[in-house]
Design a protein around this ligand. Structure first.
Ligand code: NAD
Length: 338
C-alpha cells in the first residue's frame, strides 16, 4: 500500500519511513527541506534497502498539494509530520506557524475528504495538556489553554481533524500525542539534526558533551520533584516510529472504534533533567559541564504519560530505556561531528 509521509525527511518522519518500509509499505515522502536535507534519503535507503519516492514540495502551496494527490491517486494513508516546531519562534512569528501547521493540514484534509476511504495520522503533542493536574496523564485529561502559538496549532489541529471526521465517515484519523522524542536510529544513519540552537534537552546535552557548547543550563532545581528539576517522559524515536505504523495499520484494517481517536505515546516513566544528564554521563563516560540557573518562564514541572490506552488498544509499548536512547543520541552526535 502506498503511504504519504509529509515531513518524511525530518527527525521523526525519517525513522517512521524506515519502519513503514520494513513492514512492506511503499512510501512517498513530501518535504520542502525547510528543516531537513535531501541527504536523509540516503540514510533511509541504507537502513531499509529501499529508496522511498520523494517529491520536494511546499505543502503551503494548495495547488501543488492538489496536483500531488491527482498524480498519486493510490495513496491509502497519510502520516502528517510536516510542521514548524520551535516554540520560541512561534511566539515571534505566529502567522508563519498558523500558516504552516494549520494551512497545510487543511489542504491535506480537503484532498483526503474527496477519497472513498482514507487513513490519517497526525503528529500531536503532550503540550496540549499543559501542566496536567494528575500524573501520569491520561488521554481524557483536560486540554489546557495553549502557552504558545505552536502549542495552539496542535490543539487546533486536533479540533480541525475531529470536526472533519464528524462529517466525513470515509476518513479515519488518529492523533498521536508524543511526549519527548529523543535518540537516533541504532545504525546512526539517520537522527536528530537540529538547525541552530537545539530546542530540546537531549541534543543540547550531546552538543555540550562533544564540546560544541560550553555548558548546559539547567533551568531551576527548586521544583516540587524529587531532585528539584523538571520531569519529562523521554520516548525513543524508533519506539515512537513504530507507534505510527501500528496506528496506521489499525485504520487501514478498519479496526478503529471511532473515526477519530487519540493516543498518548510515551514510556510512562518520568525522568528529571538531572537523571537525563546522569544517563548521558553513564553511557558516554564523560562528565557534562552544566550549571543550575533560574527557572525559565513557561516550563511546566512535570509531564509523563499514562500509556495504558496505547498498550491495550494499539498493542504498542515502548521497548527502549532512557540509557539505550541516550546512547544512540551520543553515537549519532559523534558521527555527525566527525
Ligand atoms: P522536523 O522539523 O525534524 O521534521 C519536520 C519536517 O517537515 C522537516 O523535514 C521539514 O523540512 C518539513 N516541513 C515543514 N514544513 C513543511 C512544508 N510546508 N511543506 C513540506 N515539508 C515541510 O520535526 P520533527 O521533530 O520530526 O517533528 C515532526 C512532527 O512532530 C511535527 O509536527 C512536530 O510538531 C511534532 N512533534 C515533535 C516533537 C519533538 O520534540 N520533536 C514533539 C511533539 C510533536
Amino acid at each position: 500500500m502506498k503511504i504519504l509521509v509529509t515531513g518524511g525527511l525530518g527527525f521523526i518522519g525519517s525513522h517512521t519511513v524506515v519502519e513503514l518500509q520494513n513492514k512492506g509499505f511503499e512510501v512517498v515522502i513530501v518535504d520542502n527541506c525547510s528543516n531537513s536535507s535531501e541527504s536523509v534519503l540516503d540514510g533511509i535507503t541504507k537502513i531499509s534497502g529501499k529508496k522511498p519516492l520523494f517529491e520536494k514540495l511546499d505543502l503551503r502551496e494548495k495547488e501543488k498539494v492538489s496536483s500531488f494527490f491527482k498524480k498519486y491517486q493510490d495513496i491509502a494513508g497519510v502520516i502528517h509530520f510536516a510542521a514548524s516546531k520551535a516554540v520560541g519562534e512561534s511566539v515571534e512569528k505566529p502567522l508563519l506557524y498558523y500558516e504552516n501547521n494549520i494551512g497545510t493540514l487543511v489542504y491535506i484534509l480537503q484532498e483526503l475528504s474527496k477519497k472513498q476511504k482514507a487513513s490519517f495520522i497526525f503528529s500531536s503533542s503532550c503540550t496540549v495538556y499543559g501542566q496536567a493536574d494528575k500524573m501520569p496523564i491520561t488521554e481524557d485529561a483536560p486540554v489546557k489553554v495553549a502557552e504558545s502559538p505552536y502549542g495552539n496549532t496542535k490543539q487546533m489541529g486536533e479540533e480541525i481533524i475531529a470536526d472533519t471526521c464528524k462529517v466525513t465517515p470515509e476518513l479515519s484519523a488518529i492523533a498521536l500525542r508524543y511526549f519527548n522524542p529523543m535518540g537516533s536510529h541504532p545504525s546512526a544513519e539517520i537522527g536528530e539534526l537540529p538547525i541552530g540552537v537545539p530546542q530540546n534537552l537531549v541534543p543540547f546535552i550531546t552538543q555540550t558533551g562533544i564540546g560544541m557548547r560550553k555548558e548546559l543550563s539547567v533551568f531551576g532545581d527548586d521544583y516540587p520533584t524529587p531532585d528539584g528539576t523538571c520531569i519529562r517522559d523521554y520516548i525513543y524515536v524508533v519506539d515512537l516510529a513504530k507507534a505510527h505504523v501500528v496506528a496506521l495499520e489499525r485504520l487501514l484494517a478498519g479496526k478503529n472504534k471511532e473515526n477519530y481517536e487519540v493516543f498518548n505515546v510515551g514510556t510512562g516513566k518520568g525522568s528529571s533533567v538531572l537523571e537525563a544528564i546522569h544517563s548521558f554521563e553513564k553511557v558516554s563516560g564523560k562528565k557534562l559541564n552544566y550549571k543550575i540557573v533560574d527557572r525559565r518562564p513557561g516550563d511546566i514541572t512535570s509531564a509523563y504519560a499514562d500509556t495504558t490506552k496505547a498498550n491495550t488498544v494499539l498493542g504498542w509499548k515502548s521497548e527502549y530505556t532512557l540509557d539505550d536512547a541516550m546512547k544512540s543520541a551520543w553515537v549519532w552526535e559523534q558521527k555527525i561531528r566527525d
